[in-house]
Write a protein of this length. Sequence first.
Length: 215
Amino acid sequence: MRILLISYYFPPCGGAAVQRWHKWLPELMEKGFEVTVLTTEDGDYPVLDPSLTKEIPPQVKVLRSGTPSTARLWKLLFGQQSSVPYGDLSTSRSTGFFQKALIWARLNLIIPDARKFWNPSALKAAETLLRDHPVDAVITTGPPHSTHLIGLELKKRHKLRWIADWRDPWSTVYYLKLNPPCGLSLRRHRALERKVAETADLNIVVSRHLARQLT
């Protein structure tokens, strides 16, 4: 069975975001699956661990497509020592007005997340791959949940089998509770979440609690 796995986070990215599929890939190889991974070229990674690249099975094909860097823009605006908020979009009294405005825009205008700007490049790379090397299934893993929108579009265009893997909640994720977007934006999050969950042929979730949120 030929699988295309689409994941924003992949080695040399380190941290918790890559562990799930990094550990599953050897298992898939042992069971005879043929896997191609589509990921980012120089993505905005919160942690780097190049040693993980050595653990990727040699049979796995890795395709990388370019993505705009929000981290470089953030450093340009707020200095080289600052870092783009990752997993925390809360503000405090010490947060500057301009920074608060950017976080507000991120929460209310950039839906579902800032990684969505990778999607056009990823879609183009996926289309090129599928044209020459058809697959039996596409798997998208999130967060970032914008990656699921790539699967949604590929499902629409090609009627292929699509599996959505949910490592964390979407509309109920903790940072949206700490700093809630406006009602219209939250409804947009929930509408996209529902469309992904209902359109995917299979949803893989990390807990029963998350499964109940998607039904």
